[in-house]
Design a protein around this ligand. Sequence first.
Ligand SMILES: [Zn+2]
Length: 210
Amino acid sequence: MDKLGVQSLLFLFMFFIYGCSASSHFSSAEFGKEIITVKQWGGTPASRSEPANDSLAKEQTIKRITLHHQGESFPEGTDPIQYLRNLQSWSRKEKHWIDIPYHFIIDLKGNVYEGRKINYAGDTNTEYNPMGHALIEVVGNFEDVEPNEFQLDAIVKTMAWLAFKYNVPVDSIRSHRDYSSKTVCPGKNLYKYFQNGYFHRKVEEYLNYK
Ligand SMILES: [Zn+2]
């Protein structure tokens, strides 16, 4: 049995144990991905108790899942933890956002890190309104490089978990450039997996076990 088959069986098993009413009990681990929390990677959480953040923190309900890329080169050997710390610091000090603009960040090995708390809307330098979007960022510039198999796998699993958890239709899983004419994000080499139906097909494979 291949890996997906084993995971599918596990998924079915969990489903029978918990039943239909327990969708909130499914964690990202059931989709094959443990999320590395802000605390685990050494970041600091955005808090509404900080007065400066209170007016900026916009509460949201997830209706969409939207993919981004970093848009800059992320060479092999780059420390993802240092990248996250720098991104968090830049987001707050330079951009005056409450936190990292994305909710989840995927590194070269397919590790998935928590960014901004998902109940807070993300931020953007372009004209679309990220309210209601779960934002996933993949490190690297996919105008220049191809995503590796670890990244593709992590993208699918994170999308599937979020779609399941927040009941997001597969049609509402898109990319930044679908909402903004001012960007090529997530880059042509990642966008092609939307164009050829790969992301939607793989996510549906997971969701069909519901
Ligand atoms: Zn983007």
